[in-house]
Design a protein around this ligand. Structure first.
Ligand SMILES: [Zn+2]
Length: 539
């Protein structure tokens, strides 16, 4: 009996010694020890009805910001707010006509006018610009240096790969097929308005989705409005088709032309006139930032968005979009990584910046703002969490976007060490990498990833895909459930800690493997992939 205390003590010393030598072990144990109650608490608080869906600029949004600030402090971290301004536009009335024909607001045309005027009226010549894509990556230029200043651009959504095999990335939607990219191009060309042509197959959703998502308030960073593009919206294909037919123009012939590399913008020979009434306001939002300094002066940014869709007072019954999984669970993952490191109190090579982003749902605005203010040479990578799985353990993990950089190789090692398969996310072809807060980092040239436990669980169900496809995603049913196992959440925390430890130990800087398939707004970093001529630089 007497030998036991000595044996126990030496085992304890051995364990401590091993942990110190490999760096990661004691942190991994800290992850294992995170209790269900601790993981639950963040999700439960953020998704409570009292937070009213955490829309930026609302009381609930402000409470979410204050909560993260308090939580970081509670962990013993330095926390600060990063305030920024947003402009909000809500269309109250719209009258539109094209070539003298009236277009019914809501039924045939939707959109937003992004100027602080109460009443507005604009008119311009309609020009069809095919897919509205300009990139050297796929050697494609629909603009051909045409002077489109002041014009109303009529643009197809998606990319030519959807319609013609062998160009672009086939059926997989590239970044250049996204409507956000087309709007950015139209703004760059000096156009006054853009009308995206809606078809269900090319958009991926029906007209009602477009109408609903463009019927509320649109939020923007003021810097994104610093161009001539006043109106951005959608027109229904049937309406455009009949409009063109009346002028003896065949939409299908225009479509056929738009699949050719030698396509040039086509003047449609009529004017589009749009007038209406707007409600405009300026609102204040805040990112919350906590930092642990490192010796190298460089840092790893660990992020998750705290906002969600708020409250819809036009709804009968439940009006609150609680956003428990999107993004309460992901915020919980970020907070737990912060807690693990704050409590371990170890010296770091790379500092850690924990970023709770605002206004992600409005267009990744908080992350964009953070990146615009950061010295990108000091950020080695971004690990972002989004709609983190809250269910049983998964045999897999995924890292959306890691495939573009050397993060992939590192994560394969980390996954193997944790006994997980590195598996691609089944929804990757839907451009998810472009749709959450890791993307502004990637666009600024910083290798980034959306890190997560896998979608398959031990029971064989794919709860994450069920959530996104016809499940609670972006509905009022995304509510906290005390029955969630939260093992996937703990796995996600552990993966992030594993990757951070790998970076700390190897002191590696993640690099792009080649040219990433989206425009970089800041140009390459010194010593990185030399594709300078091909990059799309922001002026
Ligand atoms: Zn989200």
């Amino acid at each position: 009996m007497k030998r036991y205390p000595i044996l126990f003590l030496s085992l304890a010393l051995l364990a401590a010694g091993t942990g110190a030598a490999t760096g990661g072990d004691s942190l991994q144990k800290r992850c294992d020890r995170l209790g269900k109650g601790q993981l639950q608490s963040v999700i439960e608080f953020l998704s409570a009805d009292a937070l009213e869906g955490r829309a930026p600029g609302t009381r609930g949004g402000e409470l979410a910001e204050n909560y993260l600030h308090a939580l970081f402090k509670e962990f013993g971290l330095q926390s600060r707010f990063q305030p920024f301004t947003l402009h909000g536009f809500r269309l109250e009335a719209l009258r539109a006509s094209a070539g003298g024909r009236h277009l019914a607001f809501g039924e045939e045309i939707v959109g937003s006018h992004v100027r602080p005027d109460r009443e507005f009226c604009l008119e311009g010549d309609a020009v069809f610009v095919g897919f509205g894509i300009r990139t050297t990556l796929w050697k494609w230029d629909d603009y051909k240096k045409a002077d489109l200043r002041g014009k109303v651009l009529v643009v197809r959504v998606n990319d030519p790969g959807q319609f013609a095999p062998g160009i672009f990335d086939g059926n997989a939607l590239t970044y250049f097929g996204r409507w956000t990219c087309k709007i950015a191009e139209a703004a760059r060309a000096g156009a006054r308005a853009i009308l995206l042509i809606h078809t269900t197959p090319s958009a991926g959703y029906d007209w009602n989705v477009v109408r609903n998502s463009w019927s509320g308030e649109e939020l923007y960073l003021p810097a994104d409005l610093d161009n001539g593009l006043e109106f951005r919206g959608w027109v229904r294909e049937e309406s455009l088709r009949s409009l063109l037919a009346a002028r003896r123009l065949d939409l299908d012939r225009l479509y056929a032309r738009s699949l050719r590399r030698d396509f040039r913008p086509v003047d449609l020979g009529f004017k589009v006139r749009i007038s209406g009434r707007n409600a405009f306001r300026t609102l204040a939002a805040r990112n919350v930032i906590a930092e642990l300094p490192g010796r190298s002066g460089k840092s790893i940014v660990v992020s998750a968005h705290i906002d969600h869709l708020g409250r819809d007072e036009r709804r009968a019954g439940d009006q609150i979009f609680n956003g428990a999984i999107d993004n309460g669970a992901a915020v919980a993952a970020m907070a737990m990584v912060a807690k693990v490191y704050a409590e371990a109190g170890r010296e770091l090579h790379y500092g850690l910046t924990f970023l709770a982003c605002q206004a992600e749902e409005a267009g990744l605005l908080g992350a964009k703002y953070f990146v615009s203010r950061a010295d990108r040479r000091t950020i080695v990578t971004n690990i972002n969490f989004e709609s983190t799985p809250v269910w049983e353990e998964s045999p897999d993990m995924f890292a959306e976007g890691a495939q573009y950089s050397t993060l992939e190789g590192m994560l394969r090692q980390v996954a193997a060490a944790q006994g997980l398969n590195y598996a691609p996310f089944s929804m990757s072809d839907q451009g998810l990498f472009f749709r959450s807060d890791q993307f502004p980092f990637a666009q600024a040239g910083i290798p980034a990833t959306w890190l997560s436990a896998g979608e398959k669980t031990a029971s064989g169900r794919n709860r994450l895909a069920e959530f996104f496809q016809g499940g609670a995603y972006h509905t009022v049913d995304d509510e906290f459930d005390p029955a969630w196992e939260l093992q996937g959440l703990r796995q996600t925390v552990k993966l992030a800690v594993g990757l951070i430890e790998h970076l700390q130990k190897t002191r590696a800087v993640p690099l792009w493997k080649g040219r990433p398939p989206f425009p970089l707004t800041g140009g390459p970093l010194p010593g990185e992939v030399d594709s300078g001529r091909d990059l799309w630089y922001k002026k």
